[in-house]
Design a protein around this ligand. Structure first.
Ligand code: SAM
Ligand code: DTB
Ligand code: SF4
Length: 338
């Protein structure tokens, strides 16, 4: 069994990232097969429950109010619409629903009460519920856990040094503090980043170092390729090469062997062959459904065709136990992925 380490150094990760590509893929694939049912891919579906008008200045984001991106601003979606979308996602094969809100942070108001209600309702559909709502206090994380939240997504996006170039309205440490609050509430942690922001490879490696040096590895790490959106400061960024995506996924798989690695934004630009390489390199999760939050994504049908072709199968919900199980049981199961 592969040893799980929490003390990876920049030099060690860099050596892995820069190793000859086929050696890198082979090593990642070997670890993947030692640790998991490698043919099983978790399908998560995204729904934007509150869109646009965000006060933050994240340079990549079409939902930041300060950029003219053509994204329509929507208030919080009614619960019935969320449930209908969750049912469609489940029919499409998704075992997890991730609800995203264009908020800087959660406020203790009626909208948060409504989100808690949505969490409970989607949980009752036998789906793993995930939220990505911005920063959380310890108490808010606990309230989400009590409502039945399974996972929380909160990305680091890039390295600590590069952060100020991408976002000035919050700090890296604030991001890490929210991850601590999520961990403390025994919610599964989902945290990763974006490549193609104009970062250096050292920044990518540094972000992976931060994630792999956390007291526990995140249960999922999404690797997004930037979707350049007109109107954002990063609109003219060139698309990332698939080789960079493969290197990033393989390195993540090697240093966090038990983590679910999600091939996230950017799949519409990738061929089936390119995505197959990412699965070979250790990716075992995708976002499915024709939209991410505001940008396009392959349809469920296209993905099912790809799964069939590659011999992949969707992972069932709650393989690691349920959030409402007795606390001790949940503590045991939450980091024993697969
Ligand atoms: N507002 C919350 C937050 O920032 O945590 C939740 C929603 S936010 C849109 C979730 C994540 O989407 C970001 O952290 C970022 O990693 C990703 N994202 C946003 N725009 C993107 C883009 N254009 N391309 C790739 N990923 C993007
Ligand atoms: C993540 O890492 N990627 C997703 C999800 N977590 C919330 C979001 C991707 C957003 C891409 C741009 C958009 O559709 O607005
Ligand atoms: Fe707001 Fe999140 Fe977009 Fe940043 S990434 S502008 S916090 S919605």
């Amino acid at each position: 069994m592969t040893e799980v380490r929490y003390d990876w150094t920049q030099e060690e990760i860099s050596k892995i990232y820069h190793s000859p590509l086929l050696d890198l893929i082979y090593r990642a694939a070997t670890i993947h097969r030692e640790n998991k049912d490698y043919a099983e891919v978790q399908i998560s579906s995204l729904i934007s429950i509150k869109t646009g008008g965000c006060p933050e200045d994240c340079a990549y984001c079409p939902q930041a109010a300060r950029y003219s991106t053509g994204v329509d601003v929507h208030a919080l979606m009614p619960k019935e619409e969320v449930i209908a979308a969750a049912k469609r996602a489940k029919e499409g094969g998704a075992s997890r629903l991730c609800m995203g809100a264009a908020w800087r942070e959660v406020r203790d108001n009626r909208d948060f009460d409504k989100v808690l209600d949505m969490v409970t309702a989607v949980n009752e559909l036998d789906m793993e519920v995930c939220c990505t709502l911005g920063m959380l206090t310890e108490n808010q994380a606990q309230r989400l856990a009590d409502a039945g939240l399974y996972a929380y997504n909160h990305n680091l996006d890039t390295s600590k040094d590069d952060y100020k170039r991408i976002i000035t309205t919050r700090t890296y440490d604030e991001r890490l503090t929210t991850l601590e609050h999520v961990r403390k509430a025994k919610i599964s942690v989902c945290s990763g980043g974006i490549i193609g922001l104009g970062e250096t490879t050292a920044d990518r490696i540094s972000m992976l170092k931060t994630l792999s040096n956390l007291p526990k590895h995140p249960e999922s790490v999404p690797i997004n390729a930037l979707v350049p959106v007109k109107g954002t400061p990063l609109a003219e960024q060139p698309r990332v090469s698939v080789w960079d995506m493969v290197r990033m996924i393989a390195t993540t798989r090697i240093i966090m062997p038990k983590t679910v690695v999600r091939l996230s934004a950017g799949r519409t630009e990738m061929s089936t062959v390119e995505q197959a390489l990412c699965f070979m390199a250790g990716a075992n999760s995708i976002f499915a459904g024709e939209k991410l939050l505001t940008t396009p994504n392959p349809t469920f049908d296209e993905d099912m065709f790809m799964f069939e072709l590659l011999g992949l199968k969707p992972r069932q919900a709650f393989k690691n136990g349920r959030p409402n199980e007795p606390k001790e049981l949940r503590e045991m199961s939450i980091n024993e992925v697969f």
